[in-house]
Every structure is written in C-alpha cells, then in structure tokens.
Design a protein around this ligand. Structure first.
Ligand code: RP5
Length: 162
C-alpha cells in the first residue's frame, strides 16, 4: 500500500484485539494506515517522537486507544495538530469508564475526539479517521457513502424470531 494516511496507535499489545477494529474498517475502505504500540508511561520518548513527526509524515488523523490511566490520546494531541481520535479501551477493574474519563476531559485548547468504550469505539474511530481523509479524496468519500448505504440496507424493517 501507499504511504500511511492514518496512524492507529495503542498503549499496549493488550489493546490490539480492540484496536484491530479500527484497522479493519480502514483497510476495508482502502485507507493506508500504520500500527504502532506507543505508551504514554512506558515509552514516553517514542510517544513524543511519534507526535512530533506525525504532521510532517503526512498523517491526516491518528486513532489512539488506551485503557485505565489512558493518557496516550491526550499527550499525542498536545504534541501534534493532526486530529487525534481517542478510543477508551475496556478494562477489567472499572469497565473502561476509567479510560473514558482519562481521554474525554481534555483542557481547553487541546481536543481529543473521544469515541465509545471498546470495540464499537475502535471501529467508529477508524471510520471517523476515514471521513477526515475523505474530505480531500472524492473516491474514498464515494466508498464511505457506499459502505453506509450497505449498512442501512442490511437493517430489516421488522424484527423477527430467527
Ligand atoms: C494502558 O494500560 C494500555 O493502553 C492498556 O490498555 C493498559 C494495560 O496494559 P498492559 O498491562 O496489558 O500492558 O497503558
């Protein structure tokens, strides 16, 4: 594939089962993306470098997932103007509400677009990133429109027992 336009980053290998949802939808829509493990606490230098280089490398959006004390999305947002989409990863101890609160309460001036907790949030994060890229890519916009139309068509008008 061509140069990545979206970065999908996560705080730990343990976040991958969640974050692969973002990669799945980006791949389905034909958006080139890269994946990295970048931890705010365990690899802060890697985080600083990734955020510092993101705009210059041509990334249009970053989907960042983390759990617990989920500082990765916010710290990335402090380091780059590339839009950061935060995914709160579900946790065993507090169900992911800890992750959500850690990501959503950013101070004025440094926004993170925060998704729902868990897999649906990760998929929506990938979709949101694709929609950002589609602002300057008409062919991708058409693929997103078709994807949405197919989803709508798959919803039955009436419930059934099957
Ligand atoms: C966070 O701590 C990660 O994003 C992960 O969700 C959580 C637990 O990490 P591991 O202990 O599984 O590596 O930094």
């Amino acid at each position: 594939m061509s140069e990545p336009r979206v970065g999908v980053v996560m705080g730990s290998q343990s976040d991958w089962p969640t974050m692969k949802e973002a990669v799945g939808i980006l791949t389905e829509l034909g958006v080139a993306c890269e994946t990295r493990i970048v931890s705010a606490h365990r690899t802060p230098d890697r985080l600083w470098r990734y955020g510092g280089e993101a705009a210059g490398r041509g990334l249009k959006a970053i989907v960042a997932g983390a759990g617990g004390a989920a500082h990765l999305p916010g710290m990335l947002a402090s380091k780059t103007r590339v839009p950061v989409i935060g995914v709160p990863v579900q946790t065993k101890a507090l169900g992911g509400v800890d992750s959500l609160y850690s990501i959503v309460q950013m101070p004025r001036g440094f926004p993170v677009a925060t998704m729902a907790i868990g897999a649906a949030g990760a998929l929506n994060g990938g979709l949101m990133a694709a929609q950002i890229v589609a602002l300057e890519d008409a062919e991708l916009a058409a693929r997103i429109d078709a994807w949405r139309a197919a989803l709508a068509a798959s919803i039955p008008e009436e419930p059934s027992d099957d």
